[in-house]
Design a protein around this ligand. Structure first.
Ligand SMILES: [Zn+2]
Length: 192
């Protein structure tokens, strides 16, 4: 995927020429200022309040897609805002960490990962889950206040594993009951 293949909404974002990545809405910190490693807390709150996609910054009311690891899924807690399904598909293809898994990220490039991918443990599954709503909660931390997203029951779940060939789909479920069953399977399979 190159810049011209981006979903229309994402194509309108500022573009980092060096990394060949659109700048996610939540990673923009001011005009011409962005950091792929640091979520702008004000933007995250704005996404929650105005119902915006964390990647493109446009309105999103249904088919809200949350990307995270198993811990996010099992605890039903996310710190990155949801995205459009199309924006998520693009992110999965564009993220240098995901698209070129053989390239060992150096410390300097590790910070170049788009929001949502920084802290993922590659020995664990990646979960892409879709819902139509969420609640938010502010939690006090040592550094200040953390905004958490708590999705409503999932409509669909897609599970991926990291391999030498990249991200490979390993399981999927559609419908709340099937998703609940799949999450239970994952909980048992990956019990530490
Ligand atoms: Zn979007």
């Amino acid at each position: 995927m190159n810049r011209h293949d981006l979903p229309v909404r994402l194509a309108g974002r500022p573009f980092d020429q060096r990394r060949q990545l659109p700048v996610p809405y939540v990673n923009e910190h001011g005009p011409g200022s962005y950091d792929f490693a640091v979520v702008n807390g004000r933007r995250a709150v704005e996404c929650a309040r105005e119902q915006l996609c964390g990647a493109c910054g446009h309105f999103i009311t249904r088919q809200l897609t949350f990307v995270g690891g198993l811990a996010n899924l099992l605890h039903n807690t996310y710190t990155d805002p949801p995205m459009h399904t199309a924006c998520t598909d693009a992110a999965l293809q564009l993220c240098p960490f995901l698209a070129r898994p053989r390239r060992r990220p150096r410390p300097t490039t590790a910070t170049a990962m788009p929001a949502g991918y920084r802290d993922l443990d590659r020995s664990r599954p990646l979960a892409v889950a879709i819902t139509d709503g969420y609640a938010t909660r502010l939690t006090a931390t040592a550094d200040g206040v953390l905004l958490e997203f708590h999705p409503e029951p999932w409509q669909a779940l897609h599970v991926f594993a990291y391999t030498d060939a990249g991200l490979v789909p390993t399981a999927a479920a559609a419908g709340a009951d099937a998703v609940t069953d799949l999450i239970q399977q994952l909980r048992e399979t990956h019990r530490d």
